[in-house]
Ligand binder design. Structure first.
Ligand code: PLP
Length: 362
């Protein structure tokens, strides 16, 4: 019986990538050392790092003279702090849009920075604390904010942006959970960050893609928290996560061979549509996110009974459909359909949903 891992992160990785990691694990590039053992100062690693950086910029159609890529530790969560420390030095005032739990976390962490004013310009929070849309953004006065922060895909609530805000304020985004899975005009962003464990690599790596023009502007930040210092040292100010960068590069190569973000985003549309159709046709299961804002990547759903939800999650895992339990904040179920989830996995889930419904009605 095939099994499918619907976890939100750490999440499923492409099978061919895992097989290549396994095949190369004991002897990387004929060095007679494992990738797990090599120095981050060795040409073996420098080559991997340079390739990963270039592959990423190519896939996003970004110009390497305009954008830099940083490979950092600390998760997307550390970016909640690094971002205002590095970018909020002119107006000391930043704008956020609240579209879910991770937006709220980003706002809370920014609020801890001394001397910084954090304005939440719009929120799509419903009175019961759920999020089912993306809000309208008010006209933003020019030259007032150091940046506008959005969360492109809300991993827990399952709502996502399809249109980016149109603003002269520098646009920055937590793009962790639809990074490389959904198409955007990436050149509209001044900075994007993503924890790798959703759609790229094992946990322990954070990607920051930023305009080089944002560097060299603040003095005296602690080095590890300083984008400029990290950039100058090619993300190896301290020992970088070598293995994670290596896997990330294999995933980027895999994606390139599949036809890039355009091709995978179409496939992700097809996968998500299949599951949304199956939920919308069901009397028992529902997804509550407004259709125009439904995530391609994370699809929460519920029955009207907690007991039935628990029974479903248990029975699904017995049938090889793993990690469908929803986030503890919202309960119910959640299917994460990242790039590496095959269409067959979503078909299997839909068949299971239909069969479960047949067995639990009339
Ligand atoms: C998972 C997630 C985070 C947290 O990522 P860490 O790497 O664990 O810090 C932040 N934002 C979004 C949108 C996420 O999905």
């Amino acid at each position: 019986m095939p099994t499918y891992n619907f976890a939100a992160g750490p999440a499923t990785l492409p099978q061919p990538v895992l097989e290549k990691v396994q095949a190369e694990l004991l002897n990387f590039e004929n060095s007679h050392m494992s990738i797990l053992e090599i120095s981050h100062r060795s040409p073996l690693y420098t080559h991997v790092y340079q390739a990963a950086k270039q592959n990423l910029l190519n896939l996003m159609h970004l110009d390497a003279t305009v954008y830099d890529v940083l490979f950092l530790g600390g998760g997307a969560s550390l970016q909640f702090t690094m971002l205002p420390l590095n970018l909020a030095h002119k107006h000391h005032r930043v704008a956020y849009i609240n579209t879910g739990h991770w937006s709220q976390r980003a706002i809370q962490e920014a609020q801890k920075i001394p001397g910084l004013t954090v304005d939440v310009l719009a929120s799509s929070e419903n009175t019961d604390g759920t999020f089912t849309t993306i809000p309208e953004i008010p006209e933003i006065p020019t030259d007032t904010y150091d940046y506008l922060h959005i969360t492109t895909n809300n991993t827990i609530m399952g709502n996502a942006y399809y249109e980016l805000p149109d603003t002269s304020t520098p646009l920055v985004a937590d793009i962790s959970s639809n990074f490389l899975g959904q198409e955007y005009p990436f050149e509209k962003f001044d900075l994007m960050y993503a924890g790798a464990q959703k759609n790229l690599a094992p946990a322990g790596l954070t990607i920051v893609v930023l305009k080089k023009s944002l560097l060299d502007q603040v003095a005296n930040l602690p080095s590890m928290l300083d984008y400029t210092a990290q950039s100058q040292k090619e993300s190896a100010l301290n020992t970088p996560p070598v293995f994670q960068v290596y896997v990330a590069n294999l995933v980027l190569e895999w994606l390139k061979n599949l036809g890039g973000i355009e091709a995978i985003a179409q496939e992700n549309q097809r996968k998500a549509q299949l599951l949304y159709n199956c939920l919308d046709n069901s009397q028992l299961f529902h997804n509550k996110v407004a259709k125009a804002y439904r995530s391609l990547m994370n699809i929460p759903f519920v029955t009207d009974s907690k007991e039935l939800d628990a029974e479903f999650i248990h029975a699904a895992s017995q049938a090889g459909l793993l990690n469908l339990k929803g986030h503890r904040l919202v309960g119910g179920m959640r299917a994460s359909l990242y790039n590496a989830m095959p269409y067959a996995g979503v078909e299997a889930l839909c068949h299971f949903i239909e069969e479960f419904e047949r067995n639990h009605t009339n």
